[in-house]
Design a protein around this ligand. Structure first.
Ligand SMILES: Nc1nc2c(ncn2[C@@H]2O[C@H](COP(=O)(O)OP(=O)(O)OP(=O)(O)O)[C@@H](O)[C@H]2O)c(=O)[nH]1
Ligand SMILES: [Zn+2]
Length: 343
């Protein structure tokens, strides 16, 4: 047994309302803390358990942070519940499907440093992914202690969103937990994203209290064991949960057009007013975006980056659609070959 209640683990009405009457009695909700080769590690009020997935569900269909319904006595998953949020990224080579990174995240700490790593285009890319996933983005600017003028970085980052939270900090200082407490309360789930060396591990260790917190979840060592993704869920002493996401360094965008629009609201809000529905905002007559640019209401830099990200997204989305199409055709071919054989 643990001291944890379902709501301590992040359970809410959103999940509760997905349960059928009989499931309320006969199943146990559990949260996935790690995905192994053929099973998932879970945590529930009754403790930690490894569960096998039902037929037809593979480890690629679940992510750390997911809620599942477990059989009350047998160590198996009955079904996965719908996600409140799901953070995905385009695959590296833009060939197959997108990759699911974390499920049911509340906040993504987009991390960069007050130095040469700071890059608005990269921040906007992360913002688009977070917005598309319905996850609240918070920008963390580390190494503020080493910068001459950290406020100039804060000011630049603040221009990237209307209600965007931007925090400059020293990831090695004692007050990191306190600074980020607002997002790490009871049942809240967070993750860190950013380039190599910006301080993600340093912040993660500060939040979870390092190895000790990891052990509190799984006495039998979650980290040492081979997980398929390397991702895992860790307790934050203030009541929150951190999803460790080692693959979150460089990110391609795909199928996040809505997220890009949300990242550039001052531009996307105008596109409906363009004369042509498929306006590319290049030189078309009656373009509301170009008119706003002319009037100084939007900046050329933001417009340039908006278009670039949209193009990349459109290209990746198209490539994924083609790959899915090929897969479908191949599936049909195999099926028809099999039927012919049977005859
Ligand atoms: N002075 C100072 N050093 C920092 C700060 N944040 C990180 N560092 C140092 O920068 C180095 C890299 O930090 P990490 O936490 O390992 O960075 P990371 O983002 O986890 O890097 P990867 O694991 O490669 O993705 C370490 O030596 C940290 O001690 C900061 O805010 N101030
Ligand atoms: Zn236009």
């Amino acid at each position: 047994m643990t001291e944890l209640t379902l709501s301590d683990l992040g359970w809410s009405n959103f999940f509760n309302s997905q349960l059928e009457l009989d499931e309320l009695e006969s199943t146990e909700p559990a949260r996935i803390t790690a995905v192994h080769r053929s099973a998932v590690a879970t945590l529930s009020p009754s403790g930690t358990r490894d569960l096998v997935l039902p037929q037809g569900m593979s480890t690629g269909d679940v992510a750390v942070g997911d809620w599942v319904l477990a059989h009350p006595s047998e160590h198996r998953v009955l079904r996965r519940l719908a996600r409140q949020t799901s953070l995905q990224r385009g695959t590296e080579y833009h060939t197959t499907d997108r990759q699911l990174i974390a499920a049911n995240l509340d906040t993504l700490f987009i991390t960069t440093s007050c130095n040469a790593d700071f890059n608005v285009a990269r921040l906007e890319r992360y913002l688009a992914l977070a917005h598309d996933a319905d996850v609240t983005p918070v920008i963390l600017l580390t190494k503020a202690d080493q910068a001459e003028d950290p406020d100039s970085f804060v000011d630049q980052a603040r221009t990237l969103g209307r209600e965007l939270e931007v925090i400059a900090l020293n990831a090695k200082a004692d007050d990191v937990t306190e600074t980020l407490a607002h997002w790490c309360g009871k049942g809240q789930t967070v993750a860190l994203a950013g380039s190599s060396g910006v301080g993600k591990t340093t912040i993660a260790n500060a939040l979870t209290g390092g190895a000790a917190a990891t052990q509190a979840i799984r006495e039998d060592d979650a980290r040492g064991r081979h997980t398929t993704t390397g991702r895992s869920l860790h307790r934050i002493p203030s009541g929150g949960w951190l999803i460790d996401t080692p693959g979150m360094r460089g990110l391609g965008v795909a199928e996040v057009s809505a997220g890009i629009d949300a990242t550039f609201p001052e531009i996307s809000e105008l596109t409906d007013q363009c004369k042509f529905r498929d306006c590319a905002h290049e030189s078309e007559p009656g373009c509301a975006v170009l008119a706003a640019l002319e009037a100084g209401e939007i900046t050329a830099d933001r417009l340039h980056r908006y278009k670039k990200l949209k193009r990349e997204d459109a290209h990746a989305t198209e490539t994924i659609a083609q790959a899915r199409d090929r897969q479908k055709k191949f599936g049909k071919m195999v099926k028809s070959a099999m039927t012919k054989k049977k005859r």
